[in-house]
Design a protein around this ligand. Sequence first.
Ligand code: X2W
Length: 288
Amino acid sequence: MKQQTLTMQDALNTAKMLSEALPYLQRYADSVVVVKFGGNAMGDDAAMAEFARDIVLMRQVGVNPVVVHGGGPMINDMLNKLGIKSEFVRGKRVTDKATVQVVEMILSGLVNKRIVQAIMDAGGRAVGISGKDDDLMVCEADDPELGFVGRPVEMNVQVLRDLYKAGIIPVIAPVGTGMADNETFNVNGDTAAGAIAGALQADRLLLLTDVQGVKNAAGEVMTQITPDEIRQMTADGVISGGMIPKTETALLAIEQGTRAVTILDGRIPNACLLELFTDHGAGSQIRS
Ligand code: X2W
């Protein structure tokens, strides 16, 4: 007899939950889901392990997850240690030559490999790359005021298809290459995730962050929003600050063919599963 760690009621609930997930599992079989994992959503090792389990579970049930990560807080820590000052203009880090080297080191090295390892530890297969690999994300300078901040202008996403078709979960650091030789660009993680989701015509883009979602003028989280509502709320100043790059990314990804974008709190346990496989959903879903 199996050792009993659950009560009968808990076990029944688990079985019922799995059964209720069937229509969602069927709906998302073979779909492409781009998940942006922001530095603020990463948390401690336990939270990282849980995120990795969710991603591996998605893969196990036939979804093709593509992970794009951030790492802003980790870049800040290293810049502080090195005594390099850093500032943000309109949500993007002003990036000089010394800063872009630290950004690449932290994103492509430390953060990317931490996520790859967590996925491997959860029993999945993952390969970590940046936007430089196979010219995945070719950029131009976004704005002369920002230095080496990139705006993706050409996406070559075949490498991602090759990886997920082989059962491998791609994990992407938002560092881009340029048109000229030997250029490196720092790309905002949300921007990179939107460009990748758009180029892949992904079924879903999940932007995991540390806020509950998009709030209306009364401060309530809106569960469903259309692109037109987003535009209106931005013009009215209801959407502001750090939410702007996220909603802009969402609109761009939808314009390019992503079916729906969800902005959700990555600190909620099993946020991705809640959103994809339950009646409840999570955060704010943007779709036409
Ligand atoms: C970001 C890249 C990392 C990022 C930066 O330097 O912080 C720009 O601002 P989160 O954790 O998703 O914020 N790049 C241009 O986006 O990280």
